[in-house]
Ligand binder design. Structure first.
Ligand code: BV8
Ligand code: ZN
Length: 271
C-alpha cells in the first residue's frame, strides 16, 4: 500500500519541484537514519538508560557536565563510523545544480556537508552547504566566552583523568577547558532550553519565506523553532512536500506526503 500510494504521489511531487523557482529543504534526524545514526525519538535512542531529551539540555549540562560530555563523546565516536547516504547525496546534487541557498538542517552530524563535498568534488559553493541551526557536534565552544574550536578527542592522561588537547584543565578536573579563558568547553550544539544562533535562524526563516516549495525530510516536526520554518514557506504562499515513513504534525499542511525512507525517495524525487 505504502509503495503504490507513493508511486501515485511521486509524479505530483516531481511536477511541483519542476515548477518551483526557489526550493528549500528542512531536514531532521530521519535523513541520517539510513546512515546508521539513531534518531532522537525512535526506539533506538537510548544511552545508558538516559533519554536524549534528558541529556541534550542546558540543565543537564550545568548539573552534570561529565555525563553529558561522555554522551557526546560516545556520539562523536559513533558518528566517525557513519557516512552520508543516498538521501544526503541526492539532496546535495539537487542544490549544487540550483546554485541557491537550500538546506536547513536540525542535525548536528555534519553528513550534509560531507555529502556536498563528495558531490562537488572540491570546495562546494556556500549555497550548497547546510544552515546548521542546531550547531555541529564536531566543534567545541566555550560555555563562558563562546570561543569555538575544532573538537579534539578527549585523551586519557597518564593519571587516568580525561583531558582535551586544548588548555590544560586544572588538576583533577578532567573536563575540557577553553584555551582563552579557562571556561568549560562544550560541544558546539544548541541544547534544549538554549536559544538558537539568531543570525542563522533569521537566514533560515528568510530563505523559507521567499521559497515557493519546502521539502520537509525526516523530521517529526516537534522541535521548535525549527518546526516553524516550513510554515514560513506556507505563509509566503509556497507549498510543502513531506518525505517521512510516518505522518507528522506537518503532514496536514503538506501538498504531497511521500511515505518512505529518504534514501529511497529522494533519489527518485530529485533525479
Ligand atoms: C528554544 C542539538 C527558546 C543537540 C537539538 C519546555 C522547556 C524548555 C524548552 C521547551 C519546552 N517546550 C518547548 C520547548 C522548546 C524546545 C522544544 O521544541 N521542545 C520540544 C521537544 C517540545 N526547543 C528548544 O529548547 C529550542 N530552544 O526554544 O529556545 C527557549 C529558551 C529557553 C527556554 C524555552 C525556550 C532548542 C531546540 C534545539 C535542541 N537541540 N539538537 C543534539 O542533537 O545533540 S534538537 C534534536 O531534536 C535534534 O537536532 C533532532 O533533529 C531534533 C528532532 O529530534 P528527532 O525526533 O530524533 O528527530 P526528528 O524529529 O527528526 O524525528 C525523526 C523523524 O524521522 C521521525 O518523524 C521518523 O518518522 C523519521 N524517519 C525515520 N527514519 C527515516 C525517517 N525519515 C526519512 N527517512 C528515514 N529513513
Ligand atoms: Zn572561553
Amino acid at each position: 500500500m505504502q509503495a503504490t500510494k507513493r508511486e501515485a504521489d511521486l509524479p505530483r511531487a516531481r511536477e511541483l519541484i519542476a515548477q518551483a523557482r526557489r526550493v528549500v529543504a528542512l531536514t531532521g534526524a530521519g535523513i541520517s537514519a539510513e546512515s546508521g545514526v539513531p534518531t532522537f525519538r525512535d526506539a533506538g535512542g537510548l544511552w545508558r538508560n538516559y533519554r536524549p531529551e534528558e541529556l541534550a539540555t542546558i540543565g543537564a549540562f550545568e548539573r552534570d557536565p561529565r555525563t553529558v560530555w561522555e554522551w557526546y563523546e560516545w556520539r562523536r565516536g559513533f558518528l566517525a563510523t557513519c557516512n552520508p547516504n543516498d538521501g544526503h547525496r541526492a539532496l546535495a546534487r539537487f542544490f549544487l545544480g540550483r546554485g541557491e541557498d537550500g538546506i536547513v538542517t536540525q542535525n548536528v552530524d555534519g553528513l550534509h556537508t560531507r555529502a556536498a563535498i563528495e558531490e562537488a568534488g572540491d570546495a562546494p559553493p556556500d549555497a550548497a552547504l547546510p544552515i546548521e541551526i542546531h550547531g555541529a557536534i564536531a566543534r567545541d565552544r566555550c560555555n563562558e566566552c563562546g570561543l569555538r574550536a575544532e573538537a579534539e578527542p578527549l585523551a586519557v592522561r597518564d593519571d587516568g583523568a580525561r583531558r582535551t588537547g586544548g588548555g590544560e584543565p586544572p588538576p583533577g578536573d578532567p573536563l575540557p577547558r577553553c584555551a582563552e579563558c579557562g571556561g568549560l568547553r562544550r560541544p558546539d550544539v544548541v541544547l534544549f532550553g538554549e536559544m538558537l544562533d539568531s543570525a542563522l535562524l533569521e537566514r533560515a526563516q528568510t530563505m523559507a519565506a521567499r521559497a515557493d516549495l519546502c521539502l520537509v525530510i525526516g523530521t517529526s516536526a516537534v522541535v521548535y523553532p525549527a518546526a516553524g520554518i516550513p510554515l514560513a514557506t506556507l505563509h509566503g504562499g509556497g507549498r510543502i512536500i513531506e518525505v517521512n515513513p510516518q505522518a507528522t504534525d506537518l503532514t496536514r499542511a503538506a501538498e504531497v506526503a511521500l511515505r518512505g525512507a529518504a534514501g529511497e525517495v529522494l533519489p527518485e524525487l530529485l533525479a
